[in-house]
Every structure is written in structure tokens, then in C-alpha cells.
Design a protein around this ligand. Structure first.
Ligand code: ADP
Ligand code: MN
Ligand code: MN
Ligand code: MN
Length: 359
């Protein structure tokens, strides 16, 4: 029997791209998922005269909504005339960096926060037409009517991620009512990013059935309400066994503040204000257990003297291909310090000595 493959890709909408998808019927006897195409002039990725863009499947999993043999297929977008990555294709650069720094074995756990909105644009946790709920406090990880909103969607989404075989590692209700989080990881840059996009697609798709819109806006509600982020936990092989490597990674991030925050999602200035459990976007700090720092070292990590660090700056609306690549380049590609260069040349001298006596 033929089955359905839902081809998912990232469009060219600005300032924050959105997900698109369409369904391909696959004949039973065909094994590999074929290249496909779409009309790029309808997604801000091409002009009408040269509208075709290519969909190249890069990751697939079971489709938990349709069930059976049906699959979800994450794709990257290629230019039809050249077969090269489209300018909106952020995965290609991430794949290159992953290859370049593969020896460091970087893995990531991403905490995707999001806000459920009504069709009229008001947060689902707010009264339907006007006014605000009581202030933040009881909602984070709460239980009971009036304290949490939208749990049914969260439960169905979590089951769907599990059925699809994604590395979902947890969920929780967030500080603003109707705001939630799920985590994917820890796995490598491409895997966590492919899976996060598929998990986002599933969330949007499931929420359709409830007339709920999933917002990844960094600051969906102005005022005294938390924004939505995507804390990115990361570790190299060295960090997983050595505390010094964790501190060095934090310092490397501190040396490239702007490269990171300017690529961590639209409207980051509205979210990283220094209030609501954030650090100001243009200042860099790191510290143990500090939720007001740019990068937090969890207390268990400080106790065990090994583990990972949490970059708290990425927005909910960031592109994981971009964020994981930047962390890879900054942490793994950091220039050697003068001190380590000296040590290296000293080693060389010693190494050269015995060769002289070696006849
Ligand atoms: P919190 O809300 O306290 O910041 P969470 O439990 O929501 O923490 O998220 C912690 C994340 O850290 C999870 O996604 C988990 O997969 C990830 N993580 C755990 N260990 C590592 C590690 N060694 N490297 C990278 N990420 C890790
Ligand atoms: Mn969390
Ligand atoms: Mn959170
Ligand atoms: Mn966190």
C-alpha cells in the first residue's frame, strides 16, 4: 500500500521564518525518499519567473498523527538551477561546522518555550476578551484549574514526540499562564535541530485541532510577563569530564557577545532586559545556579566538577541550526591563548631533542 510522507521545510518569511509542509504519496516499492520541489515565489524564497526550489530530505521519522507507515520528513531547501543550498538554508552551514568539530563531540539539550494564543490574538491563559489574570507566581509547574491552561495539547504533543521517536526529555508549565516548555536532547547539533523543527511542526499541527495558535514570539505579552526563550544546554567531551573546560567555554562565549545575540532570534532586546529571569542582551555574565546570568552552570555541574553549561539567551523563535553552529564555532574554534601556544612550542623543543641523539 502507498503511504503519505509529509515534507516539512523552513520558508523565507522575515524577520522570523515559519514552517511549511506538503504531502507526497510514496508508492510502496520505492525505498529512498525522493527529492521534491515547491513554489518558492509563495514562500519568499524565489521570484515568479524562476519559482522552483528543491526539497532535499535530511531527516525522517514516523508520523504519529497519521500513524501506520506514514512519515514526517524534515527537508533542507536547495536552489533548483545549481543544486546548492538556498540562502535561507541554515542547515548546510551547521552540517559543515558539525563535521569540522566532530572530534569535540558537542551535544545539546534545547528547552523550547512557547505561548498558546487564542485566534483573537490574546494569550490562552488570559480572559478571552479583556483584562489580565492575577500576576505571575502560581503558574510555573502548577496544577489545577485557573493555574494551568492547555495541558491537553501538551499531553498529546508529548505522546506524539515519543511515538515519532524524537529525543524529547521533558515538559513543564511556564511562568506566564498558557506558556509551556518541552526539551529535546541531548544529541548532536544536526539531530537536535532537525528534531526540534519536527517537534515544533507537531505542536502547530496538534494545536490546530483546538483553535489555538502556537506563538514562538520572544515577548508575546508586553508588561510584567515573562518572555519565551529556548535555553540551549551544551557540552563537549572535555566539558563532560573537566570543569575547567566549562569555564573556558563560558569565557569564549563572553568574547563574542554580539555575534551570538544578534543571531539568537528576532526581538531579543525585548526579552533580555535584565528582568524576568534574564540578563541584559548586551552584557555577558556566567555563574553557578544564576538565572539572571547569560550562561548558567547548573549546581549539580559545579558539585560534580563536570557536565554542561546553559546558554540562556536564545529566543523561543531562534533557528536551532544557527544557534548550535555558533556555539560550535565559538566554543570549539576558539583561538589558542598565548599561554597554551607557549606550552605547545616548549613541547616541540623537547620532542625535537631525542631525534638528534637518535642515530
Ligand atoms: P532547567 O529548566 O532547570 O534549565 P531543564 O531540565 O529544562 O533545565 O533542561 C535541561 C536540559 O539539559 C535538558 O534538555 C537536557 O537534555 C540537557 N542536558 C543534560 N545533560 C546535558 C549535557 N551533558 N550536555 C548538553 N545538554 C545536557
Ligand atoms: Mn527548563
Ligand atoms: Mn523554561
Ligand atoms: Mn533552562
Amino acid at each position: 500500500m502507498a503511504y503519505q510522507a509529509e515534507y516539512i521545510w523552513i520558508d523565507g518569511v522575515e524577520p522570523t521564518p515559519t514552517l511549511r509542509s506538503k504531502t507526497k504519496i510514496i508508492e510502496n516499492d520505492s525505498k529512498a525518499l525522493p527529492l521534491w520541489g515547491f513554489d518558492g515565489s509563495s514562500t519568499n524564497q524565489a521570484t515568479g519567473e524562476a519559482s522552483d526550489c528543491i526539497l532535499n530530505p535530511v531527516f525522517s521519522c514516523k508520523d504519529p498523527i497519521r500513524g501506520g507507515k506514514n512519515v514526517l520528513v524534515m527537508c533542507e531547501v536547495l536552489i533548483a538551477s545549481t543544486g546548492k543550498p538556498h540562502p535561507t538554508n541554515m542547515r548546510a552551514a551547521c552540517a559543515l561546522a558539525t563535521k569540522k568539530y566532530s572530534a569535540q563531540k558537542m551535544i545539546y539539550g534545547m528547552e523550547q518555550e512557547y505561548t498558546m494564543m487564542r485566534l483573537n490574538g490574546r494569550p490562552f491563559g488570559f480572559p478571552e476578551l479583556s483584562g489580565e489574570p492575577s500576576p505571575q507566581g502560581p503558574y510555573y509547574c502548577g496544577v489545577g484549574s485557573g493555574r494551568v491552561m492547555g495541558r491537553e495539547i501538551v499531553e498529546i504533543h508529548t505522546e506524539a514526540c515519543l511515538d515519532a521517536g524524537l529525543h524529547i526529555s521533558g515538559t513543564n508549565a511556564e511562568v506566564m499562564p498558557g506558556q509551556w516548555e518541552f526539551q529535546i536532547g541531548p544529541v548532536d547539533a544536526l539531530r537536535v535541530s532537525d528534531e526540534l523543527h519536527v517537534a515544533r511542526w507537531l505542536l502547530h499541527r496538534i494545536a490546530e485541532d483546538y483553535d489555538i495558535v502556537i506563538s514562538l514570539d520572544a515577548k508575546p505579552q508586553k508588561g510584567d510577563w515573562n518572555g519565551a526563550g529556548c535555553h540551549t544546554n551544551f557540552s563537549t567531551k572535555a566539558m563532560r569530564s573537566n570543569y575547567k573546560a566549562i569555564e573556558e567555554a563560558c569565557k569564549a562565549l563572553g568574547a563574542r557577545i554580539n555575534e551570538h545575540v544578534s543571531n539568537y532570534g528576532h526581538d531579543i532586546e525585548s526579552r533580555l532586559t535584565g528582568k524576568h529571569e534574564t540578563a541584559p542582551y548586551n552584557k555577558f555574565t556566567f555563574g553557578v545556579s544564576n538565572r539572571g546570568a547569560s550562561v548558567r552552570i547548573p549546581w549539580q555541574v559545579a558539585r560534580d566538577k563536570k557536565g554542561y553549561a546553559e546558554d540562556r539567551r536564545p529566543n523561543a523563535n531562534m533557528d536551532p541550526y544557527v544557534v548550535t553552529r555558533l556555539i560550535l564555532e565559538t566554543v570549539c574554534g576558539k583561538p589558542k591563548t598565548a599561554n597554551s601556544k607557549q606550552k605547545k612550542s616548549a613541547k616541540k623543543k623537547i620532542k625535537n631533542k631525542p631525534t638528534k641523539t637518535n642515530k
